[in-house]
Design a protein around this ligand. Structure first.
Ligand code: HEC
Length: 298
């Protein structure tokens, strides 16, 4: 037997492992169950609005430990959530004509002990609005966080918002593109020191991902966990697949452990939109080898 025939592949394997994640191979998605989630148009509903009991009666429930889904999941399932904002009836001074209130997104998750794989697929909703981000027809971002990122109401009462409310802890009334913005560079932030949201975004023009985080500000590319993000549009059906190292590795990379669950939310900037003009999910849980709203099993 030719020794080189064995030695060479072995070396390649070692080199690939050293390069980190080069061997990642997404699963056969046709065998991975899909979970249907809804993304909806949130209008101007920053966490300050969410926590204001006069404007949002849900604030009382949140203070008692309820989650967004405990009150809003049914509307989300029926795709009626978001209607008041998208039409401009409520908390949206600049509605975009023709935009849908909500649309369903299928999400699939898997892991191979080293990598987390996430696949999002959805039917392109109707468009034709202003091109705020002329480069990117679509951007898709997801965030992962541990419990304990807090939000305060007007009296200073605190709620665990990463647990209750998906991405809302990062959304404030003074962010760029919000009506109260004073600084057009101000991006997402949280108010709990020492905590962060792990943020991963795919953008359609470059067809690749950015691995970032949200702490006292948003940083788009300090992470090291993302291996690949690739998407496509086949006949009006978008799909985007993320491959991410479970172990994390960089700043703002949550290390994901088997048997644990993490808070999970995602957003789609459809039809060249930017800033607040996205469709967002409520807050859910992602479980690694364990039961959750979305489970990434081996
Ligand atoms: C205890 C139930 C409850 C909880 C928990 C709750 N909400 Fe609400 N939410 C409501 C109700 C009821 C309304 C209708 C208007 C009102 O009374 O404020 C509403 C209205 C809204 C609206 C405006 C749209 C509309 O149809 O009026 C948004 C956006 C919203 N909630 C988002 C959230 C988010 C995000 C969370 C979690 C961080 C959340 N809500 C938690 C009950 C709740």
């Amino acid at each position: 037997m030719d020794k080189h025939a064995i030695a060479f592949p072995a070396l390649t394997l070692a080199a690939a492992l050293a390069a980190g994640g080069a061997l990642a191979a997404p699963p056969d998605w046709s065998k991975v169950p899909a979970k249907k989630f809804t993304v909806f148009y949130p209008g101007v509903s920053p966490v300050e609005w969410i926590m204001n009991g006069v404007e949002h009666s849900g604030a009382k429930g949140l203070r008692k430990g309820e989650t967004c889904t405990s009150c809003h999941q049914e509307e989300a399932d029926n795709l009626v959530i978001g209607q008041k904002m998208v039409s401009g009836e409520k908390i949206e001074p600049k509605p975009i004509k023709g935009k849908v209130a909500a649309f369903p997104v299928n999400v699939q998750a898997a892991n191979d002990g080293t990598h987390l794989y996430l696949r999002f697929s959805w039917k392109q909703p109707p468009g034709g609005g202003p091109k705020m981000d002329a480069d990117n027809q679509v951007k898709l971002a997801f965030m992962l966080a541990e419990d304990g990122i807090m939000a305060q109401d007007a009296k200073g009462k605190e709620v665990d918002m990463s647990k209750a409310g998906g991405c809302w802890a990062t959304c404030h009334d003074d962010l760029r593109t919000m009506p109260n913005a004073k600084d057009d560079k101000k991006t997402k932030y949280i108010k709990t020191a020492g905590k962060f949201y792990d943020l991963v975004q795919w953008a359609s023009k470059a067809n690749k991902g950015s691995d970032g985080m949200v702490a006292d500000k948003r940083v788009m590319d300090n992470g090291k966990a993302l291996v690949e993000a690739k998407g496509e549009n086949k006949g009006g059906e978008w799909s985007v697949v993320f491959t991410r190292k479970l172990s994390g590795g960089g700043e703002g990379d949550l290390a994901l452990a088997s048997g644990k669950t993490y808070n999970f939310g995602f957003a789609i900037h459809d039809d060249y939109t930017n800033g607040r003009f996205h469709h967002v999910s409520l807050g859910y849980t992602l479980g690694i080898d364990t039961k959750a709203d979305l489970s990434a099993n081996k």
